[in-house]
Design a protein around this ligand. Structure first.
Ligand SMILES: Nc1nc2c(ncn2[C@@H]2O[C@H](COP(=O)(O)OP(=O)(O)OP(=O)(O)O)[C@@H](O)[C@H]2O)c(=O)[nH]1
Ligand SMILES: [Mg+2]
Length: 298
């Protein structure tokens, strides 16, 4: 029996969007709160492409976090869909955690998007406070307060964890009474296949340079639980023969290294031995292909 079942207090539940410009640390914050790596996070902007729900049940309260893609200015169907995902995540939330990167200060995109938020249900999270001096923080807090008067402001470091507990306490206090949306032991809405595809994409983001990570998508083709191990095959789609050659690498070295690193993460996720087979296919213009984007959850 968990604490919720023992308690006489009414259950509480709500949706909390984690939103903001690309690369401000949204996925890192979600993973820090959950205590395990659910949503891939890399040093490159636009890592997250779809909404990812992460469920945290504490006592009688269930917080359903929604990690969202960074809102950005780029054009094209994939980017439009990413922004739409982020905006609907914000619209549907009871509370919005709007992240700002303290090490970069307020940027144009932060100002433009902040103007669309509602102060009463927004907590402005000033992230990456570990990366700036305290003296630089105060003026930033003042500018944020002027930008969105009335919104709560929480400085923290998602990377180190400082201040994250205070944010969770604030959220717990804000969520309305109501039934839970998920079972107490459910942690996400993402399928194992999707999580696996993301772990492969994470390695492509980490191991490919310049704009190449933006030219790949990953789909799991086969996922079979066998005695002693899980056998998985996935396809990496890219938009040209030349990118395919780079992904495969000299004598297959790059794809091998992506596979080894991704497999380590997948074995941790599934807590099983994994055989992972990766294929690379050229699919010109996939970023503009509505049906293909839908298959990827966009
Ligand atoms: N110094 C520092 N770095 C951080 C902190 N939080 C996140 N980062 C780093 O910022 C980079 C981006 O983190 P992500 O969590 O992927 O950011 P995001 O906002 O989800 O990015 P997109 O999904 O691309 O929009 C990574 O290199 C993180 O390690 C923090 O509190 N301090
Ligand atoms: Mg992210």
């Amino acid at each position: 029996m968990n604490e919720h079942e023992r308690s006489d207090a009414p259950s509480r539940a709500g949706f909390v969007a984690i939103a903001g410009a690309p690369n401000v640390g949204k996925s890192t914050l979600l993973n820090r709160i959950l205590g395990h790596p659910l949503s891939i996070a890399t040093p490159k902007p636009q890592t997250t492409r779809t909404r990812i729900l992460g469920v945290e049940t504490i006592g009688n309260t269930q917080i359903v976090f929604c990690d969202t893609p960074g809102i950005h200015h780029e054009s094209g169907l994939m980017h439009q869909r990413m922004n739409a995902e982020a905006r609907s995540g914000v619209r549907e939330a009871d509370v919005v955690c709007w992240l700002i990167d303290a090490s970069r200060g307020l940027r144009r995109i932060d100002r433009e998007e902040a103007a669309k938020l509602v102060a009463e249900n927004t907590i402005v999270v000033i992230n990456k406070c570990d990366a700036v001096r305290k003296s630089a923080l105060l003026p930033l807090i003042q500018s944020v307060a002027a930008l969105l008067p009335g919104a709560e402001i929480v400085p923290l470091s998602a990377l180190r964890g400082d201040g994250v507990g205070d944010l969770v306490d604030l959220l717990l206090a804000r969520l309305p009474e109501g039934p839970w949306f998920f079972d107490a032991d459910q942690v996400t809405d993402q399928s194992e296949r999707r999580l696996v595809a993301e772990l492969v994409r994470e390695q492509l983001f980490l191991q490919l340079e310049a704009e190449l990570p933006y030219r790949v998508a990953v789909l799991v083709d086969e996922f079979r639980d066998l005695p002693g191990h899980t056998s998985i095959s996935a396809t990496i789609y890219t938009d040209s023969e030349s990118t395919k050659r780079i992904i495969v690498g000299k004598g297959g070295a790059r794809i091998k290294s992506v596979g080894i690193a991704a497999r380590a993460g997948i074995e941790k996720l599934l807590d099983r031995r994994v055989f992972l087979e990766l294929f690379v296919k050229v699919k010109p213009g996939w970023q503009e292909d509505a049906r293909f984007l839908e298959e990827m959850g966009l």
